[in-house]
Design a protein around this ligand. Structure first.
Ligand code: XMP
Length: 515
C-alpha cells in the first residue's frame, strides 16, 4: 500500500451545507469524507483522522430526537471543530449555555473578534460571516475562551486549545464568509497538523496505484459513454493496467453530431487505449420503431444497451473487472438515504446494472464532479471531454418528444443541436451552462412563409439551464442576439425547420429534459 493521505472527517448532522464542508476541506488540500453523525466510535478510530468537523443541522439542540453528540468523540485526542449545530451540541455536552434566541440570525452578519486565539489567527477584528440559526450560545463551557460575537450571537466563536476543541456559529464553507477558507485552513494546517497533499495529481496517482493493486493481472472492461466520468475512470484504469483494459463504446445512433468520432479519436488515437466501437444504430432504431412513450423508450434503450455490452464482454472472454464512473455524490446518496433517490432512479438508463457478474473498479467513488474534472485535466484528458455538459444515457431519443424516433428526425435534431452548441461555444457560454440542447416535437408542424412561399415545417425548441446538481435548475437568460443568431442559422441551414422557440421553464416545475 502507498502511504496514507491525511484525512479529516465531517460528521453530518443534516445541514444543507455538509457536503460543501467536505469539498472545501479538499480544496484546502486535505482529503475529507462525510459520514453520518451516527457513525460508530470504532469506525472513527479505525480511520485515524487528523481531525473532526461537526456540521450544522436543522434541529434545535432542545427538540425531541435532536441528534446528540457522544462525549467520546470529543475525547479522541484529535482536534474537533463544531460548526453551527455542531458547535451548539459540543457546548451543551460540555456544560455551556445554549438557548433559543427570540430573533434568529439568517444571512450576512457582522462578526466582532475580541480575541483571535488559535482558530481566528490572522483574520481581521471585524469581518462579515454567514449565519443560519435560531438557537445560540450564551456562555462558553468551562475551560473555553469566547473569541467573537455578532449582534444575535453572544458567543459566535470559541476554543479550548488544551483539549483541541473549537467552535464557530457561522458557516465558513459558504462564499459569503470571506475568511471562511482561511479559518478552515488554520484548523486543518495549524491545529490538526495536516499535510496538505490532496491534489488532483495526488488523487490520480493514488487511484492508479489502487487500481493496479485491485486488478492485478486480470482483464478489465469499461463502457465508455463519452461523458467525463467514464472517460476519467477509463483513462485512470488504462494508466494503471495498460492493455489489460478494453473500452467498449456503444454508438446507439442517439449521440450528437461527431460525438462518437471524438470519443474514438481521443481514446484510440491519442491515448492508444484498446477500444471496441460498436455501431449499433440500426438495432436500436429497429427496436425503437413505434415507441412513443418516454418510459418505454428508456426501457428499450436500457435493455438493448445491456445486451450489446454483454455480447461484447463475451467476445472479450468475459473480463473479471468492470470499470464504473460512480461518483461520491452517488455514494452519499445511496448510503445516506436522502430523498433524492426516487426522482433519479430512471437516470441510470444507458448505464449498467450492478448485477452483471463483474467485480467493480470505481476509481471516482471518493470524488465530487468538479474534482473528477480536475483529475481529468491533470491526466491529460482533452478539454472538450473534461468540460462536456451532462448528456442523458438515452441520448437524443428522449429529445424527439411525443412521437416516434426516426433516423430522419434524429438527423434534423443533430443538425439543430450542432448549430446551438456552435453558437454557445463561440459566445463563450458553454461552461457556464449546466446543459444546453434542442428538443424536437416529433409530430408538430407549423405554417411559415419563406421566400414568398408557404412552408410547413418542424419547430425546434432551445433548452438551456443553469444548475449545480440537476436537482433544481433555472432557465438560462441567453443573450437575445445569440438566440437570434441561433434561430436564423437553424432556419437557414436546416430546410425542414421553420420555427424556433425558447423554453423558459425552471425545474421545478419542469424537468430539464422534456421526456
Ligand atoms: P431531468 O430531466 O429529470 O434530468 O431534470 C436531470 C438530469 O438527468 C439527465 N437525465 C438522464 N440521464 N438517463 C441518464 O443517464 C436518463 O434516462 C436521463 N433522464 C434525464 C438530464 O439530462 C439531466 O442532466
Amino acid at each position: 500500500m502507498q502511504t496514507r493521505l491525511d484525512e479529516v472527517l465531517v460528521l453530518d448532522f443534516g445541514g444543507q451545507y455538509s457536503q460543501l464542508i467536505a469539498r472545501r476541506v479538499r480544496e484546502c488540500g486535505v482529503f475529507s469524507e462525510l459520514l453520518p453523525h451516527t457513525v460508530s466510535l470504532e469506525e472513527v478510530r479505525a480511520r485515524a483522522p487528523r481531525g473532526l468537523i461537526l456540521s450544522g443541522g436543522p434541529a434545535s439542540v432542545y427538540s425531541e430526537g435532536a441528534p446528540r453528540l457522544p462525549r467520546e468523540l470529543l475525547e479522541l485526542g484529535i482536534p474537533v471543530l463544531g460548526i453551527c449545530y455542531g458547535m451548539q451540541a459540543m457546548v451543551l455536552e460540555l456544560g455551556g449555555r445554549v438557548e433559543g434566541a427570540a430573533i434568529g440570525e439568517f444571512g450576512r452578519s457582522a462578526l466582532k473578534v475580541r480575541e483571535h486565539g488559535r482558530l481566528l489567527a490572522g483574520t481581521p477584528d471585524e469581518q462579515s460571516c454567514w449565519m443560519s440559526h435560531r438557537d445560540t450560545v450564551f456562555e462558553a463551557p468551562p475551560g473555553f475562551v469566547a473569541l467573537a460575537s455578532s449582534s444575535e450571537s453572544p458567543v459566535a466563536a470559541l476554543e479550548d486549545p488544551a483539549r483541541g476543541l473549537y467552535g464557530i456559529q457561522f458557516h465558513p464553507e459558504v462564499v459569503h464568509t470571506p475568511y471562511g477558507n482561511a479559518i478552515l485552513k488554520t484548523f486543518l494546517e495549524d491545529i490538526c497538523g495536516c499535510d496538505m497533499a490532496w491534489s488532483p495529481e495526488s488523487v490520480a496517482e493514488r487511484q492508479i496505484a489502487e487500481i493496479r493493486e485491485q486488478v492485478g493481472a486480470e482483464r478489465v472492461i469499461c463502457g465508455l459513454s463519452g461523458g467525463v466520468d467514464s472517460s476519467v475512470a477509463a483513462l485512470l484504469t488504462h494508466k494503471a493496467v495498460g492493455d489489460q483494459l478494453t473500452c467498449v463504446f456503444v454508438d446507439h445512433g442517439l449521440m450528437r453530431k461527431n460525438e462518437g468520432d471524438q470519443v474514438v479519436a481521443a481514446f484510440r488515437d491519442t491515448f492508444h487505449v484498446p477500444l471496441v466501437a460498436v455501431d449499433a444504430e440500426d438495432r436500436f432504431l429497429r427496436r425503437l420503431a413505434g415507441a412513443t412513450e418516454p418510459e418505454r423508450k428508456r426501457k428499450i434503450i436500457g435493455e438493448e444497451f445491456i445486451r450489446v455490452f454483454e455480447e461484447q464482454a463475451a467476445a472479450l472472454g468475459n473480463p473479471r473487472f468492470l470499470v464504473q464512473g460512480t461518483l461520491y455524490s452517488d455514494v452519499i446518496e445511496s448510503g445516506g438515504g436522502h430523498g433524492a433517490a426516487t426522482i433519479k432512479s430512471h437516470h441510470n438508463v444507458g448505464g449498467l446494472p450492478e448485477d452483471l457478474g463483474f467485480e467493480l473498479v470505481e476509481p471516482l467513488r471518493m470524488l465530487f464532479k468538479d474534482e473528477v474534472r480536475e483529475v481529468g485535466a491533470a491526466i491529460g484528458l482533452p478539454e472538450r471531454l473534461v468540460w462536456r455538459q451532462p448528456f442523458p444515457g438515452p441520448g437524443l431519443a428522449i429529445r424527439v418528444v411525443g412521437g416516434e424516433v426516426t433516423k430522419e428526425r434524429l438527423e434534423l435534431l443533430r443538425d439543430a443541436d450542432f448549430v446551438l452548441q456552435d453558437e454557445i461555444r463561440s459566445a463563450g457560454l458553454y461552461r457556464e451552462l449546466w446543459q444546453s440542447f434542442c428538443v424536437l416535437p416529433a409530430d408538430l408542424r407549423t405554417v411559415g412563409v419563406q421566400g414568398d412561399e408557404r412552408s410547413y415545417g418542424y419547430v425546434v425548441v432551445i433548452r438551456a439551464v443553469t444548475s449545480d446538481d440537476a436537482m433544481t435548475a433555472d432557465w438560462a437568460r441567453l443573450p437575445y442576439d445569440l438566440i437570434e443568431r441561433v434561430a436564423s442559422r437553424m432556419i437557414n441551414e436546416i430546410p425542414q425547420v421553420n420555427r424556433v422557440v425558447l423554453d423558459v421553464t425552471s425545474k421545478p416545475p419542469g424537468t430539464i429534459e422534456w421526456e
